[in-house]
Write a protein that binds this ligand. Structure first.
Ligand SMILES: [Zn+2]
Length: 88
């Protein structure tokens, strides 16, 4: 399992930067992360992607196998395993 060496919340850019051990730096937009939430509620809700456009990340919790992301729309159910983040 590839585990990031560092996570960086870039507020100004509105991105989350993930530094991987192979030296790659992945930059993911907050809106992209919100739209990519795989929790049961988001998967069953059509049109979730458009709502996500303005969402911002307000917190990131390290779960060991991935991260739990808290968004400013109050959504905190999304768990993003490392392997899944790499596909975004
Ligand atoms: Zn969700």
């Amino acid at each position: 399992m590839l585990v990031p060496t560092r996570l960086e919340l870039a507020w100004v850019e509105g991105t989350l930067r993930i530094h991987w051990p192979d030296g790659r730096c992945q930059s993911l937009e907050h809106s992209r992360l919100r739209a990519a939430c795989r929790c049961a509620a988001c998967r069953s809700k059509p049109g979730g992607e458009t709502q996500a456009a303005t969402a911002r990340v307000v917190g990131v919790e390290d779960m060991g196998y991935g991260i739990q992301i808290v968004f400013d729309d109050g959504h905190d159910r999304g768990i993003y395993p490392w392997a899944y983040l790499q596909t975004l």
